[in-house]
Design a protein. Structure first.
Length: 82
């Protein structure tokens, strides 16, 4: 279960759009709605994406396991303070 104990936050789940637009829009929505955080999940083996998110200011804060077909996978949950 998702229990972040963060009442003022926003999480991106499975969104695919232009990188420039998505970051700007997500941060704009967070600020407009006075949300303090932007959350996302990234597959633990996607090193390039993890580095990209870290360069954007995201910090890894926990893991989340899920099943994909017959495989158990792990996402890193990352958080950006906006």
């Amino acid at each position: 279960p998702w229990n972040f104990n963060e009442s003022m936050s926003y999480m991106i789940l499975n969104i695919i759009i232009s990188a420039d637009y998505s970051w700007k829009k997500a941060i704009e929505v967070c600020r407009r709605e006075q949300l303090g955080y932007l959350w996302l999940g990234v597959w633990e083996h996607n090193a390039a994406a993890i580095r990209f998110y870290e360069k954007q200011g995201f910090k890894m804060c926990r893991t989340h396991q899920f099943t994909l077909g017959a495989d158990v996978q792990t996402d890193y949950i990352m958080k950006l303070t906006v």
